[in-house]
Write a protein that binds this ligand. Structure first.
Ligand code: F3S
Length: 400
């Protein structure tokens, strides 16, 4: 890989050990993936924020790195708890203290303590062709596909390295040739709910693996559906980019001639809902909405459903969103309605990276295919995967 003279100096340690380590990471990745050079990025988004996922080794790494500062706008992935309401969630003092240390290191690094997996819903939305270094897989898939920005699926350390240097290696989804479709999916069923988009994403993700699916036949999807699609594709496969005919910015120039075709009908839709549910009925301990973090529109939907109703006293309804969205939901009255019904709204975190073991939950209902995939494995809970309406009905009844 060709390095400029200043990049070489950083690599040789002339700007200190932290920048040197960051440059070593970028150069190592560039060499593995045969990048020709480093390119500038406009923003970074870093995973590896929850104490549950990075542990003490991660804290030591951040302590070392935090003597430098990031040089581009940098936000964070969800932490393991609401940074303000963690006691209400039931998070232990021990976990909270470690989690707050992690956030403190990121603040010292100059990152914005906006812990959200959907930074594109706030002020941090990149534009078409903008090169970025994001690490949350669902956000990466959304940024490449829906926004037309360019990012690989960075790991936490490589996103941090990019944030400190302001560059990334020029390979993968930064290059036109890797953004071409590899499989065409003929969608022969109407997708109405966000969870329908999650179901198709989960089904196709398993088949296409780390390829680039091209969807034909999805009619007028909204941003929430595309967000669910991105999360599910990235969770069940390694998908970092998709096209939707007539919708996503690079679909019209994509060449689909000669591609293998797959069809997705109501049969596959129904069977994916069934497959992702490890539980059919019974008492539900928690209903979780907001994976990826709920948009204002999703908060509105939850509030409208709950108006005049009460969440069952033995079931929790937890809605996860970003700080800015919660503030907007408060202004519009959605937050008040959800809280009045007995729901709880948390920011900065989510069910998957929170220490769910500490909460004693055994059963969960979710409207997110990604949460349905990760719930049983990372949080050791049985899940029901359903539409937002079904999940909210369960929250009110207390059981499925
Ligand atoms: Fe976001 Fe957590 Fe889901 S990070 S995409 S809410 S698993």
């Amino acid at each position: 890989m060709d390095l400029t003279s200043s990049e070489t100096e950083i690599l040789q340690g002339e700007y200190g050990p932290v920048k040197q380590k960051a440059m070593e990471i970028l150069v190592a990745l560039g060499e593995i993936f045969e990048a020709d050079k480093l390119i500038e990025i406009s923003m970074a988004q870093i995973s590896g924020v929850s104490y549950k996922t990075i542990g003490d080794a991660g804290i030591r790494w951040l302590e070392f790195m935090s003597s430098e500062r990031v040089v581009v706008t940098t936000t964070l992935n969800p932490a393991g708890m609401d940074l303000r309401l963690w006691k209400q969630m039931g998070v232990s003092e021990k976990f909270a203290s470690k989690q707050l240390d992690i956030i403190e290191y990121y603040i010292r690094l100059g990152a914005k303590p906006i812990c959200s997996c959907a930074p594109y819903l706030s002020d941090h939305s990149p534009k078409l062709r903008e090169h970025i270094a994001w690490s949350e897989s669902s956000a990466v898939c959304y940024a490449n596909s829906v926004l037309g920005a360019r990012t690989n699926r960075e790991g936490g350390p490589s996103a941090l390295a990019s944030a400190i240097i302001g560059k990334t290696a020029n390979y993968g989804y930064h290059l036109d040739e890797n953004r071409k479709p590899t499989l065409k999916i003929d969608v022969d069923v109407q997708l109405h709910e966000e969870s329908d988009f999650g179901a198709i994403g989960s089904y196709v993700g398993e088949i296409v693996s780390n390829g680039v699916p091209y969807f034909k036949g999805i009619k007028n999807p909204n941003a929430d559906g595309l967000k669910s699609l991105a999360a599910a594709l990235a969770a069940s496969g390694g998908v970092a980019m998709y096209h939707v005919e007539g919708t996503t910015p690079e679909a019209s120039s994509a060449d689909v001639r000669g591609l293998e075709e797959l069809s997705f009908t109501s049969n596959e839709l129904t069977s994916t809902y069934e497959k992702l549910s490890t539980l059919k009925s019974g008492k539900i301990d928690v209903v979780a909405i907001g994976c990826p973090h709920a948009s204002l529109n999703e908060m509105k939907k939850v509030a409208e459903f709950l108006k005049g109703k009460k969440v069952d006293k033995n079931t929790k309804l937890w809605v996860f969103t970003a700080v800015g969205t919660k503030l907007m939901a408060e202004r519009f009255g959605y937050l008040g309605t959800i809280l009045k019904a007995g729901g709880e709204v948390y920011t900065d975190c989510c069910m998957v990276v929170a220490p769910v073991e500490e909460f004693g939950f055994k059963t969960m209902a979710v409207n997110s295919a990604k949460a349905a995939v990760y719930g049983p494995s990372t949080s050791k809970v049985d899940v029901i995967f359903g539409t937002t309406g079904r999940c909210l009905e369960i929250a009110v009844k207390g059981h499925a």
